[in-house]
Write a protein that binds this ligand. Structure first.
Ligand SMILES: Cc1cc2nc3c(=O)[nH]c(=O)nc-3n(C[C@H](O)[C@H](O)[C@H](O)COP(=O)(O)OP(=O)(O)OC[C@H]3O[C@@H](n4cnc5c(N)ncnc54)[C@H](O)[C@@H]3O)c2cc1C
Ligand code: SF4
Length: 513
């Protein structure tokens, strides 16, 4: 063969991929390989594996229908070496290409491997930027340079200007950059979000589901009820459904939680964005279009655009700026082992029970369940960031280290010393009670901090402030709880400490808490 071998990874199912741009269908071959190493570097939720393998198989079909030659290696191919590098080298032997072309991997681990492809294959290897993100890694570095503490808000404003999203005559639409003060209300009783759409598995997905169920029976969760989009068409339909059905109320209720409702008013677009089935700019433009057409209010649309154009790009920028050191950070010296209930949902704490059960069932939890329930508890209890991060990487169908790590280690656990957030997202049961109905169905009493039946979040919150008060004493956003604790009756402080210690001892001993 006189052409190039173009390796496409599982989260690169995008026709606009940089490595496919100058593809010559007459000469070039696209290589796609399902490999065991990628399915097992952590024991991913089976629904996540189904998503990626099914999206890959559908993408390969779409390329073939355009006349592209695709060499597709299945997971159960008896000759499959189990690694991307192994499959690349086998394909080089099969096709004898002139060169290798690929788009840079989104993960540090694989990017390091790609650096060696040139020497192990003996071929010129062109690793191209992943320009599906709206801020290139180098651009983020330039932006971050000279900013001691860089904040998402200013990055986001620059991105709005740069892409002219929600801008009118150079000014933010409606005159404000941020409509958060109008958002994030508690959910009124009786209010029920519309059900999200389901994408019933076709024959390709059903084959993958059978393969995954058989191959990974001991992973967290199962394949039953898989209904995520795995094609560009379905991903676009899912986005359209969100824009019409849930976007108008996204802002108002974006921080709320309700028993039995894992989606609430969220978009469910992370799996499609992260596998390449949707492009971030298209998602932002769909939301802006809804506002300009009078179908959704500005507070909702701005709040949503901020997630994609702001947080998603910022988080990825932080990851590449700070790796590999970021993976070692443990700024609050958290050392406690992850309790077993994070895998089983067997806890009397209803907020954790509901959030973990939702996650196990759907391979999804929305942002506030991740941040303010499972993340908040891990922060307060001092769980080791490595263990928490492994859980998050396993549990969610949208999980990739480039986004999971700054969110888990940084935003949720504050282990990065404040890169992702100027203060830790620590809260007592009062926040959870305000934003959810979980406390009403809980064995513990959210109004109480001391005693066997007291909500554990309350004592753990004050115990957290006591442990780290000195560190946060000069942080204006933490000064109030630090002062409140200092003024608290010493007898009460002792009782709260005792309650926290007793609770943690029971939890560490494996008792049901
Ligand atoms: C501890 C923790 C771990 C997380 N791990 C992941 C992960 O592995 N993969 C992942 O894609 N997201 C992760 N997030 C971010 C966020 O929770 C998910 O992107 C979101 O819940 C996905 O659901 P959705 O599409 O319905 O999102 P929506 O709430 O509807 O938001 C729309 C989109 O905005 C983007 N977005 C929103 N918040 C963030 C954020 N903080 N960081 C990056 N992008 C964001 C996502 O692409 C998301 O799809 C994590 C958050 C926390 C607190
Ligand atoms: S009472 Fe405490 S543990 Fe129970 S649901 Fe509320 S916040 Fe969670």
């Amino acid at each position: 063969m006189a052409g190039t071998l173009r390796m496409v990874l599982g989260d690169q199912c995008s026709e606009a991929l940089s490595s496919l741009q100058d593809l010559d269908p007459a000469q070039d071959v696209v290589l796609m390989a399902e490999v065991m190493a990628e399915c097992t570097y952590v024991k991913h939720h089976p629904k996540k594996i189904v998503l990626v393998l099914s999206a890959m198989r559908h993408f390969a079909e779409a390329l073939r229908s355009r006349g592209v030659k695709v060499d597709y290696i299945r997971l159960d191919d008896p000759d499959n070496t189990g690694t991307l590098r192994g499959e690349l080298l086998r394909a080089v032997t099969r096709h004898q290409p002139d060169a290798i072309v690929a788009t840079a991997a989104g993960e540090w681990r694989l990017t390091e491997d790609m650096r060696h492809w040139h020497e192990v294959s003996g071929l010129p290897t062109d690793i191209r930027d992943d320009d599906r993100y709206l801020c290139r890694i180098q651009e983020f570095r330039t932006w971050a340079r000279d900013r001691g503490a860089f904040r998402m808000e200013f990055f986001y404003r620059d991105m709005r200007r740069r892409y002219s999203i929600l801008m009118d005559d150079g000014q933010p639409a409606g005159g404000k950059w941020n409509y958060d003060p109008e958002n994030r209300k508690p959910l009124p009783r009786g209010m029920a979000p519309p059900p999200p759409p389901r994408f019933e598995p076709d024959a390709i997905t059903q084959d993958v589901m059978a393969l995954v169920a058989q191959t990974f029976p001991d992973h967290f969760g199962d394949v039953d009820g898989f209904a995520l989009p795995v094609t560009h068409e379905d991903a676009k339909a899912a986005l359209g459904n969100f824009v019409l059905d849930r976007l108008p109320l996204f802002g108002d209720w974006q921080d709320t939680m309700k028993t039995g409702e894992s989606t609430m008013y969220h978009a469910l677009v992370s799996t499609s964005l992260n596998t390449g089935l949707l492009a971030p700019l298209d998602v932002c433009m769909a939301a802006e279009g809804a506002w300009r057409a009078g179908l959704a209010p500005l507070n909702a649309v701005e709040g949503f655009v901020r997630q994609i154009l702001g947080w998603r790009e910022f988080v990825r920028g932080v990851y590449w700026l700070k790796m590999p050191e970021y993976a070692e950070l443990n700024g609050l010296n958290a050392t406690r082992a992850l309790p077993g209930f994070y895998w089983t949902a067997a806890t009397r704490m209803n907020c954790l029970h509901q959030s973990i059960a939702d996650t196990k069932r759907h391979a999804y939890a929305h942002h506030i369940q991740r941040l303010m329930i499972t993340g908040n508890f891990a922060l307060l209890a001092g769980l080791h960031p490595d263990e928490v991060e492994e859980l998050y990487l396993i549990a969610f169908a949208d999980a990739y280290q480039r986004v999971e790590m700054p969110n888990g280690r940084g935003m949720a656990l504050h282990a990065d010393g404040g890169i992702m957030g100027s203060k830790p997202y620590a809260s007592s049961g009062a926040y959870i009670n305000r934003m959810s109905d979980y406390c009403r169905g809980c064995a513990y009493d959210v109004k109480v901090a001391v005693g066997e039946e007291a909500c554990p979040f309350n004592a753990l919150y004050w115990y957290f402030i006591a442990r780290h008060g000195e560190r946060f004493a000069n942080n204006p956003r933490m000064a109030m709880p630090v002062r409140t604790l200092a003024k608290m009756d010493p007898t009460r402080v002792t009782a709260i400490r005792a309650r926290a210690a007793q609770f943690l001892a029971k939890m560490d001993a494996g008792e049901t808490v």
